[in-house]
Design a protein around this ligand. Sequence first.
Ligand SMILES: [Zn+2]
Length: 522
Amino acid sequence: MENKQKELDKGAAASDAELDKGSMHWSQQLAQEVVQKAKEPYLISAGMTTSGPCHLGTLCEFLYPQGIKKALEMQGKKAKYYFVADIFDAFDGVPSVFEKYKSVLEPHLGKPLYVVPDPTGKTASFGEHFMTEAQEIMKHFGVEAQIIKINEVYAKGAFDKYAKLFLQQEEKVKEVVARTSLRKELPADWSPIMPVCEKCGRIATTRVTEHTDESYKYACDKDVKYTKGCGHKGENKLSDHKYKLNWRLHWPSWMDYFGTSIEGAGVDHHTRGGSWDTLLGIFKEIFKKEPPIGYKFGFILFEGKKYSKSKGTGMGVSQLMKLLPPEAIKYMLLKPDLQENIDINPTSVNMLRLLEDYQGAVALIGADEESMSRADRKRLQAARLSKIHEWKTAFLDVILYRQLYGSWENVAKESKDAAGVKYLSHYIEEWEKAGFIPEEYSYKYMPHKAEGKLKEFFESLKDGIQPIEIHNAVFEFAKANSIQPGDFFKSIYQLLLGKDKGPKLGKFLHALGVSRVKKDVL
Ligand SMILES: [Zn+2]
C-alpha cells in the first residue's frame, strides 16, 4: 500500500510543474520556491516556546512545515525538519492547567523554562513538560520533526560567534533593530544578550551594564511586573554560555546556524515592524547574507474567537483528537489558504461535513489531475498531506450501522470494512459519550404496516437495489403521485421509526435490506 501511495504521489508531482501557480496548493507553491532559491538538502525549521498546553494554533505550527517537507519529498527532494523548543525563554506565568501547582511554580518566575521544575515530576523541567506533550501530539499527527532543545545549542557555544558579532557591532545592530521594529531608539539598557543571573537564576530581570567583545557585566535589578531582580551584580565571559540572545537576534541566528531554507510564522511576526523585518535586516546588514524564505499564516479561531496560550479557548487539541481522526483534523487545517484565518466550530454537522469532504478528497488520489477543478486539485493535495490511516466506510454510515447492528463485531461484519470500522469505533464512541450523534441517527427501528400510497411504494421497491436508486425511487414515486417529496420522506420515517426524521433513507433501507423491510411493512 505504501509503495502504491509513493507511486501515486510521484505521478502527481510530475504534473505539478505544468500547473499554473494559482491552481497549486500552498505547500506546492512553497516547495517550488524552495527548489528555486535554496540548496538541497533543504532545511525547514520552526520553533515554539513550550510554556503551556498545545492548542489548535500551535498544531498548525507543527503541521505547516511538515506539509512543505512532504511536498518537497513528493518531488523526490531531500528535506529535513527541525523543530526548535525555545525553552531558554523566561517563565512568565503559570498556565491555568497548572493552577494547582501555583505555589510551587511562582518562586521560579523569570527563570529560563528549562530550569523551572516540572511540578508533575514526569520530565526534567517545566519547558520539557510541554515540549514532551507537543512531541506526543506531533507523533499522533505523523509529524516527522527533529526536536532541538535550544538551551543545549547555547550550552555547546553555538551562539557565541553571533553574540560576539552583535556585541562588536552593537551600535549598528541597535540601529537595525530600532529601524526594523519602527522604534525611534531602543531603551538605554537594551543589549543583544540577556544574561542569566548566577545568584537567583533569572533571565528576565537582568541587564548588561558594560561589555567587551568577549565578556560582560550585568546587574539583576529589573522589575518585570511578574517578578523582580535579586540585586546581584556579576561578570561573565561569553564562553561561559550563561546568556541568551535577544529574541529579534536569536531568531535570525538560529536560522543562520541551522542553515534554514524556509521558516514560517504567524501574521503578527510578519506585520510591518514585526520580527521578520528585523530578521531580514540582520541577514542583509549584519550577516551580509541572503535571508531564508519566509511565509506567514493566519490565526486559528475557535467559534470566532482567538486562541490564547495561557487561557485556552473552547475545545482543546486533546478533546478534538478524541472526536476526529488525525487525518481529518490535518485536512481541516491544511486545506485552506495559508494566510486565511481558520474558524473552527466543531458541531456534529460541521464535523460530518469535514469527514465527508476529507473522504471525497482521498477518493481523488490517483485520479487524473489535469481534468480536475482548481479546488479539487487543492483538496487532493491536502488529502495527500493528511493521510495516515485508511478507512473505506463513510463515517456517517458507521454511525448508521452502529445504531442498527449494535455491537462493533456486527457493524464490522455488515460493513465489510473490519479494519476501518475498528479504527473509527473509538471516535464514534466518543461522539456517543459527548452527545454528538446527530438526532436523525438516534432512533429505534419499529416498523408498522403500510397502507395506501406507502403500501404502493414499498410494493414497487425492487430487492437488491442500491442506496441511490432507493433515494431516487422515493422522489419519483412522490412526483408521480403529486406528493411533496419532503412529506413523503417524513411519512416513511414515521412508518419505520415513529419520527419525522431519520438517517439518509437510501443508505438506511439498503442497510436494513429491502426484502426485510418489505416483509415488515407489507
Ligand atoms: Zn538575580
